[in-house]
Write a protein that binds this ligand. Sequence first.
Ligand code: FE2
Length: 395
Amino acid sequence: MQTNRWSEVWVQTDHMRKPLHQKSMIPKEDLPFLNNCYKKIFQGFTRQSQEHLGLKVFIDQQRDYEATQAFMKNPPRDEESLEEWGNRVFEGRKFGVVLNDIQNYSPELMEYMARFLQPLLKVAGLPSGGLGLLFFVGNYGFTPFGVHKENTGEEGFLFHIGPGEKTFYTWKTEDYTRISNGSNTYPPEELMDTAIPHELKPGDMMCIPSDVYHIGHTGDFSISMVLDFLNSPAEQIKLKMAAAVKKLMEEDTGFHPLQPLPFEDTALAQEKLLAQVSLQEPLQRAAREYIMKLQSNGVFYSPSRADHPVEDLSPDTAWKLKDPFPIPYYVNGDELVAFARGHRIKWPASPPLVQILKDWNQGKSIRVHDFPSSDSVNGFQIVCYLLSIGALQKV
Ligand SMILES: [Fe+2]
């Protein structure tokens, strides 16, 4: 059913070129689960030491650093709703909390969204910069940073979770540029005549192409989660590739002195030099690894956490890969380079181990005693590691 919904969205947005309000995109019965994830995200975020990373707290539309401190010191209690928590911490004032990269604080949310987004990726393709999640929480009125559009290529999908309703406003680009002179943070009041309102109910989705000006308005307390679908600029990906090529080169322990180059003929010297130090092979590997890393983690740019519980380690327990996360791999000489949940792993390229990965990727289950017994491959350690990063599930 989801497959059809996403291909419908893909067609109706004209391949993410037009905004779209899609009703009931998230099944109603999943909303309590998501709300529980969000509570855990706040609890987990306040527990970590690197304060304020990706967090913005607004009180009455203004960034507020005292409220940020209060937020960090008072995580939501298990028994209170996020609305009750907000009212307690911010003392009944109008508040807005924006937190980036929430997939890092809730493995359950990342897994749920990875499954939920598979049909989108099948129609829309793999965005070169990956996927990330953020959320807006509060009763702040208009989005505190005003009417804006995202960077070109950063397509957005807003999932309204509720409980309150939200009005989302978009503009036709020509209308917005005419009245605003292209300014980004124009006060919304003066622009509302030309705005197109979309009334969002819990479970509804709003597609926001990167060139569409928009603002949200949330009067009663509500939560909205935004998926960033990042088509990175080529220049940025080139820099990443160059850094990855350098790393791969540093793994190469070979030692091959070059032949002297022609002394006076620059063009010929260049040709001879490149014939001996071609970067084509490491560049291809860098590109392959970049793609495999994203594929291995549902295209989220952040790898999974490495603190998943490691339990039930009997040699007879059968394990399969956690849906929908494959372990893409390739063999390079005597090494096997694999990617699991966004983590890069190097194992010896033993044929039985390659076969195990092949079987896992085909949905088969594997036990610790199926691994070859050799000095270089330890099935027990491999299963432990894969469990710790959330790559396996018990059959
Ligand atoms: Fe936005």
